[in-house]
Design a protein around this ligand. Structure first.
Ligand code: IPE
Ligand code: IPE
Ligand code: MG
Ligand code: MG
Ligand code: MG
Length: 317
């Protein structure tokens, strides 16, 4: 049941993105092709899935959620294009393909990121939804993308590279660079479902824990998974002296933090009972350490990671 919903939401996301992205047969075709390269053909689509999960839990029509689901993925795709640029993390592999500046060129990658971002806000402004809701969505996504969200977090990430920072600062950096968009996804879905203030706050507690956990997990995977499994270059954080949870707390310390955050996620979802039934994929997250202590499960996970390649199984189960 939950997996059917996830498959349906993923298909809706792909269809909406396909429809929104400009046609590469039309000029400027190189820019259009780069935007499509960045957005289609890969990615776990976790942020759109969260929009649908939150909205559906509150009874929203799935069609209403298409625009915010696609919009948050467009901002995320733009953030990845710019994250990979030579001036940032200088990466050449993303979602199992060459990064945009490698497949195209640096100027095109910068422009593609810019254009993906504005496309996201157009999608929200033009959505078939009441105007107050569209404004709420735009506010949520803008706040999460800018200085108080993803961009601000990446600036902190650059400042922290090559030096160690206190746990509190590291947590703030992670919460901004990755957590903010994840929280916005949940908030936009909940707004689509007409959530009241209490419900928004309850779901936000879940999303805040998930957002932080997601980057802790990303940091662990950078060490423990292969480039093939991840579809992006493994081992980059140590090579570039990035400030990460494993760098500060060690691998075991980061795993403990991930387990604590999984408990926080489950606690936050408890009041939602059956309505959050589709969510155990996130709330039952286990750290890699626990998986490894169960050899049968580890084999099963390794098999599914290989089978699904750059897919949900590697990073989300
Ligand atoms: C990667 O995000 C960047 C981080 C915020 C850690 P994802 O792991 O969601 O990347 P895709 O969308 O599946 O490629
Ligand atoms: C996520 O951090 C930054 C973004 C918000 C895109 P990373 O730099 O660790 O992401 P990956 O590992 O390159 O996907
Ligand atoms: Mg980065
Ligand atoms: Mg990076
Ligand atoms: Mg990373």
């Amino acid at each position: 049941m939950a997996s059917e919903a996830f498959a349906r939401w993923t298909a809706r996301t792909e269809a909406t993105l396909q429809a929104l992205l400009p046609d590469p047969a039309i000029e400027p075709s190189r820019l259009h092709a780069a935007m499509r390269h960045a957005t289609l053909g890969g990615g776990k689509r976790m942020r759109p899935l969260l929009v649908y999960a939150a909205g559906s839990a509150l009874g929203a029509d799935e069609a209403l959620l298409d625009a915010p689901a696609a919009a948050v993925e467009l901002v995320h795709a733009y953030s990845l294009v710019h994250d990979d640029l030579p001036a940032m993390d200088d990466d050449d592999l993303r979602r199992g393909q060459p990064t945009v500046h490698v497949a195209f060129d640096e100027a095109t990658a910068i422009l593609a990121g810019d254009a993906l971002q504005t496309l996201a806000f157009s999608a929200l402004a033009d959505a078939d939804a009441p105007a107050p809701l569209r404004i709420d969505w735009v506010q949520a996504l803008a706040a999460a993308s800018g200085v108080a969200g993803m961009c601000g977090g990446k600036a902190l990430d650059i400042d922290a590279t090559g030096r160690s920072q206190a746990l509190e600062q590291l947590q703030r950096m992670h919460a901004l660079k990755t957590g903010a968009l994840i929280r916005a996804a949940v908030r936009m879905g909940a707004l689509g479902g007409g959530a009241d203030t209490g419900t928004l706050a309850g779901l936000d507690a879940f999303a805040a824990a998930l957002g932080l956990a997601f980057q802790v997990r990303d940091d662990l995977l950078d060490i423990e998974a292969s480039s093939e499994q991840l579809g992006k270059t493994a081992g980059k954080d140590v090579a570039q002296a990035k400030s990460t949870y494993p760098a500060l707390l060690g691998i075991d310390g980061a795993r403990v933090r991930l387990d604590e955050l999984a408990v926080a996620m489950r606690d936050a979802l408890a009041p939602f009972g059956e309505r959050a039934a589709a969510w155990p994929r996130w709330a039952n997250w286990r750290s890699p350490a626990r998986t490894e202590r169960r050899p049968g499960r580890q084999k099963e996970r390794a098999r599914s990671c290989r089978a699904l390649s750059v897919s949900v199984a590697c990073a989300l189960t």
